[in-house]
Design a protein around this ligand. Structure first.
Ligand SMILES: [Zn+2]
Length: 139
């Protein structure tokens, strides 16, 4: 049976789950984790998506949400705060507006990127919320 490795948002533990699973309880911290993979193919506006799986926003995808994911692949548009425990990829002509925290970031030529970046190659667990409340570019 196919399995994939996910990383717990809460304690950072790696867990093997079935690719058919939609959620799992972390054996380490007992938090319930969504492990669903998302594909966004059209306009979608939600308050937030939280998954230990991956997300793909296709060319026609237009996502307005606060995201917490593992890997994020943007070919369309994303507007919101992104927190990725893995890699964020922004394809040519894709557009990302919002602050990004990720382990790795790949921006292709022609991609639009507007926001603050925080790239931390090590899976560093910062305690508490990010205290860097610098500028708030409100209108
Ligand atoms: Zn955990």
């Amino acid at each position: 049976m196919a399995r994939k490795k996910i990383c717990c948002h809460y304690c950072g533990r790696n867990i093997l789950v079935s690719t058919f699973a939609f959620s799992v309880v972390c054996p380490s911290c007992c938090q319930r984790l969504s492990v669903e993979d998302y594909i966004i193919k059209s306009y979608r506006e939600v308050s937030g998506i939280d998954t230990c799986g991956t997300m793909l926003v296709t060319q026609k995808g237009d996502l307005r949400a606060k995201l917490r994911v593992r890997d994020l692949d943007i070919q369309g548009r994303v507007n919101g705060t992104v927190q990725a425990s893995g890699k964020v990829t922004v394809a040519p002509n894709a557009r990302l507006e919002g602050n990004i925290t990720a382990r790795a970031l790949e921006v292709n030529e022609g991609a639009h990127l507007n926001g603050y970046l925080c790239i931390e190659p090590k899976n560093h667990k910062s305690n508490g919320s990010n205290g860097s409340n610098g500028k708030n570019n409100g209108h």
